[in-house]
Write a protein that binds this ligand. Structure first.
Ligand code: ARG
Length: 574
């Protein structure tokens, strides 16, 4: 691991028990409920039987052995059959702070994911449809997981499984041919496409022929008709141009844009295999996999008119990804409305006899709705993500103008804050919860928000700028500091929180919950602000200032890197 310290292991190395390997002891060491008793504890009850002694005696004996040698602990105490270890806080703190400063943005990295490829299917927007608030969660959740996986040493593959297939393209061609032209559509882009789509649906209610025409055009796309394909590609291009702009603002990247149409020629082999394995049932001309036995409706794979479906393409995609990336896990960051769909697809893979079916994982999340009245909708009831970001930036500019009239780059900062606020909001509750978005709340600089964390980071940087000593440029370990000046509760609390960063990242991945990181950053910010309030950072004594400045510096490292993993920028001044 990259400079990550395993304190539990350091404790284990000092414990000698006859016949017990170090690894076994390591497993038994715990964090005491009451941290004032010690940083780590070894319960000695387990050894009583083999050693034929009382736990109280065992604890006492181990303690004496340790105290006979030189050790890094401030205290080792035997209490009621437990052995409690307290590290020397001064040495500890120095080590941690300087280690964070040394590693900088690498702090919290690890190689725990070495050799493991994780595919993450996220955002996966639909072509020619608005990039709306419904795609906010999948986009930022997937983006955060992608970055955290990379930081922890995994080979992450970001996949945008574009919704670029289906009868809606036939509808769009019909609409385009009736009311559109290339020049206008190139100018109006995705908005224009959406207008065409909306108009089509209005007209189709009156004119039943339209749907037949649309089906015919879609058939032409499927058959590779030149004109149909050209229009299809145009719609895709126009959508992607617009969507890329939003991705850029949200710091989102993909390694693959293999969408649904990419699987057109990859479904047949999978279907054949299913047929050969006797898993397909023909029901009223359609091909299905019966899932009665698993209390699920059948998985429909080929309609009676021969058309394939969403599930068919997902099935082909799973096989393609296994073959191409040999993934350790293949994650789908998709709203909980699709729970059944994924359960069915995964079950089909399992029934085909592939043990890697267990590595297909759906990561569902709840719905984001807007506080009523906070946004007028342009097309039907759809709220465009772009509009949400625009408005958040505007409101953030107003706040910054009022709060920091002298700030130089207000425009840039308000963009970072406005967008950051939206991302932070989306990632701050447990993902499965439905949430309500409110501009005032997400932009509250004093609330548990993105701006609050960004502001705290800017405060750290402002302290560092004002200091006489340029702490950032003093190599770690070479700083002349009096670390006894950080021997107080608020400093220690902050230090012990900073120490948990790597562990927090690891848990966020285990639970697929970037909200754990989000909460953590709030805790860091709160602990920092308490420390800031209770300690004079620039003190008359150089040693004191330096120690505190080094702590400020490490705090800024963690805040900045934490935000960046969420896709949020950290302005140095606000
Ligand atoms: N395009 C779909 C939608 O917007 C999401 C696709 C998710 N990924 C997948 N492999 N099915 O609802």
């Amino acid at each position: 691991m990259l400079g990550m310290r395993d304190k539990k292991r350091e404790v284990a190395e000092y414990i000698e028990i006859e016949g017990m390997p170090m690894e076994a002891i390591y497993e038994l060491i715990e964090r005491p409920q009451d941290l004032s008793k010690g940083d780590y504890a070894l319960p000695c009850f387990r050894f009583a039987k083999t050693l034929r002694k009382s736990p109280v005696m065992i604890a006492e004996e181990i303690k004496n052995k340790i105290l006979d040698k030189s050790h890094p602990f401030e205290s080792v105490e035997a209490i009621n059959g437990y052995l409690n270890f307290k590290f020397d806080k001064k040495k500890e703190s120095l080590y941690l702070i300087e280690n964070i400063r040394k590693q900088g943005a690498k702090y919290g990295s690890s190689d725990e994911g070495k050799g493991k490829t994780v595919c993450i299917d996220y955002s996966s927007i639909n072509i020619a449809k608005p990039f709306h608030i419904g795609h906010l969660m999948t986009t930022v959740l997937g983006g955060a997981l992608y970055r955290i996986y990379k930081k922890r040493g995994y080979n992450a593959v970001g996949i945008n499984h574009l919704g670029d297939w289906g009868t809606q393209f036939g509808k769009l061609i019909v609409a385009y041919k009736m009311w559109g032209d290339e020049k206008t559509i190139r100018e109006t882009g995705i908005m224009g496409l959406n207008d065409l789509y909306v108009k089509y649906h209005r007209e189709a209610e009156k004119d039943k022929d339209l749907d037949d025409k649309a089906r015919a055009w879609f058939k032409k796309i499927e058959d590779g008709d030149k004109e149909a394909l050209k229009l299809f590609e145009l719609f895709k291009e126009l959508t992607l141009v617009e969507v890329e702009k939003v991705y850029k603002r949200l710091n989102i990247k993909f390694d693959s844009y293999a969408g649904e149409s990419f699987y057109n020629d990859k479904m047949e082999p999978v279907l054949n295999e299913l047929r050969e394995k006797g898993l397909i049932e023909v029901s009223e001309g359609a091909e299905i996999v019966n899932l009665d036995e698993y209390q699920m409706p059948p998985c429909l794979l080929v309609r009676s008119d021969g058309a394939t479906l969403y599930a068919t393409r997902d099935l082909a995609a799973a096989f393609y990804r296994k073959k191409t990336y040999d993934f350790w896990k293949n994650l789908y960051v998709v709203a909980y409305q699709q729970n059944l769909h994924f359960k069915q697809v995964f079950k089909v893979v399992e029934l085909m006899g592939y043990e890697w079916a267990k590595d297909l994982i759906h990561i569902p999340f709840g719905m984001v709705s807007l506080e009523s009245g906070s946004m007028s909708t342009r097309a039907g009831n759809v709220v465009w993500l772009k509009d949400v970001l625009d408005r958040s930036e505007e409101q953030s500019l107003d706040i910054i103008k009022a709060k920091s009239p002298h700030l130089n780059n207000k425009e840039t900062v308000s963009k970072q804050v406005g967008v950051g606020a939206v991302i932070f909001f989306a990632l701050s509750s447990g993902r499965i919860k439905d949430t309500v978005f409110s501009y005032d709340e997400v932009l509250n600089f004093d609330g548990e928000t993105g701006p609050y964390v960004q502001y705290t980071n800017a405060r750290c940087n402002s302290v560092l700028r004002k200091a006489e000593v340029d702490i950032k440029n003093i190599p770690s370990g070479e700083i002349e500091a009096d670390f006894s000046s950080i021997e107080n509760e608020s400093s220690y609390t902050l230090i012990s929180i900073l120490e948990q960063f790597g562990e927090i990242l690891s848990i966020s991945l285990d639970k697929y919950e970037p909200s754990i990181l989000t909460r953590y950053l709030i805790d860091v910010a709160k602990a920092f602000n308490k420390f800031y309030l209770e300690n004079r950072i620039i003190d008359g004594k150089l040693g004191v200032s330096n120690a505190r400045l080094a702590l400020v510096c490490s705090t800024a490292v963690v805040l900045k890197e934490g935000l960046s993993l969420l896709g949020i920028e950290a302005p140095e001044e606000m």
